[in-house]
Write a protein that binds this ligand. Structure first.
Ligand code: BDR
Ligand code: CA
Length: 313
């Protein structure tokens, strides 16, 4: 089976952590790089968290590079109220042995595109990808596929109109959606269908691995946040949906669309306009519509159970 070469652009983030573990555990995917962007927490923390997560999985062979510390325009990135002050649920971590690649994130991505077919999973604000387009004009046509977690049709989660990854850098998102690449979007309307329950957290904790224990521990404050915010402890797996699309594309129903981003609105800055009218049915830009959560949870359980803690040399 040919494995899809994947670069993950991320702002970990506890649901980013689950997405990264799912990718590392999946034989359909070869993770060839991880790039960090400021988002859930400032860049220094997202870089450290990316190194921590690969270290835990014993994957010092995968380059980690730092990207953009600030969005193309305001606002300034602050610590998260959702993911803990450190972005990973405020657990204790050893200093990771995974080192930082000296290249800027966008230069690492460009190098990986030159080396072979590359798909990009973008699960943070889209600043790095906008800068990639600016620095390497035309590179979008060489990327095999781009899957983005972001946006919402029905309702945002930072404002009534805007989802976090788009709200955090609307100008970057607008540039990314305007470029000519085969793009699949996983908005909140889809990701809220994919959630874990307490039984899943108990399952991860009982796996007997540090990855399992830490995944459960990271997700506990996230469940508590959801309880305060939405009135139940369902743990929404936003970012894992972008990885799941590359593991089992048939599992998520999709439709051709056109996407644009509001950058000027008083109330709607960062809103995504996902145009589902039939004229876009054959568009290379698609949006995820529906997913079977029981099937997803089963895959996630199996994959995380297969990830063993490995010592980095
Ligand atoms: C997105 O925002 C972040 O908090 C999550 O990691 C996810 O990427 C969901 O709106
Ligand atoms: Ca994220």
């Amino acid at each position: 089976m040919a494995r899809t070469r994947v670069l993950i652009d991320t702002d970990p983030g506890v649901d980013d952590a689950v997405a990264i573990f799912l990718a590392l555990a999946s034989p359909e995917i070869e993770v060839v790089g991880v790039t960090a962007v400021a988002g859930n927490v400032p860049l220094a923390k997202t870089v450290l968290n990316a190194r921590r997560l690969l270290d835990l999985a014993g994957r010092d062979d995968i380059p980690v590079a730092a990207g953009c510390a600030e969005p193309l325009s305001e606002p300034v990135v602050e610590d998260s109220v959702v993911h803990g002050r450190d972005g990973l649920g405020d657990l204790e971590w050893d200093e990771p042995r995974v080192t930082l690649d000296p290249r800027h994130a966008v230069d690492l991505i460009a190098d990986l595109v030159r080396e072979g077919p590359l798909s990009i999973v973008a699960i943070g604000p889209l600043t790095n990808l906008a800068v990639l387009l600016q620095r390497y004009p035309g590179i979008e046509r060489e990327v095999e596929g781009l899957v983005i977690m972001g946006g919402a049709s029905f309702q945002g989660n930072v404002t009534p109109a805007a989802e976090f990854n788009i709200w955090a850098d609307p100008e970057a998102a607008r540039q990314v959606f305007a470029a000519d690449w085969p793009l699949t979007l996983m908005p909140l309307d889809l990701t809220h269908q994919a959630y874990l329950v307490d039984e899943d957290l108990e399952y991860f904790a009982s796996l007997g691995t540090e990855i399992g224990r830490r995944t459960a521990a990271m997700l506990e404050p996230y469940a508590q946040f959801h309880d305060r915010w939405y009135g139940n402890r369902d743990v929404i797996m936003h970012d894992a949906m972008a990885v799941y699309e590359l593991i089992d594309p048939a599992a998520i129903d999709k439709q051709g669309v056109r996407v644009d981003v509001e950058v000027d609105g008083v109330h709607a800055r960062g809103a995504t306009f996902i145009d589902r009218r039939r004229e876009h049915a054959a568009s290379p830009v698609r949006v995820g519509l529906a997913v079977d959560n029981d099937r997803f949870r089963q895959v996630l359980r199996e994959r995380l159970a297969s990830l063993r803690d490995t010592e980095v040399d």
